[in-house]
Design a protein around this ligand. Structure first.
Ligand SMILES: [Zn+2]
Length: 84
């Protein structure tokens, strides 16, 4: 499936099993293609750089939410649950 070849974004939680992703979607309300935090529609152009895109692939957060999170807690390391 490569229907969205114009979007060069990583898929958040792609390294998780389908069951794990279902779990994440149930718990966080995460909708594929939308921000995991504010539920805004994700656009490739929204991200400042590849680092932000990579972060989106990890946390599923849009640029705005990344700005808020990383500005608010610079010395507070991320606290996402890593399974493994
Ligand atoms: Zn957001």
């Amino acid at each position: 499936m490569s229907a969205m070849s114009d979007l060069d974004l990583p898929v958040p939680f792609a390294n998780k099993s389908p069951e794990m992703r279902k779990f994440i979607e149930n718990v966080t309300g995460y909708i594929p293609g939308h921000c995991a935090t504010c539920k805004a529609l994700i656009n490739n152009e929204d991200f400042h750089d590849d680092l932000s895109r990579r972060e989106y692939g990890i946390s599923g957060m849009c640029q705005k939410c990344q700005d808020i999170v990383f500005n608010a807690s610079e010395d507070d390391e991320e606290s996402y649950e890593q399974d493994e």
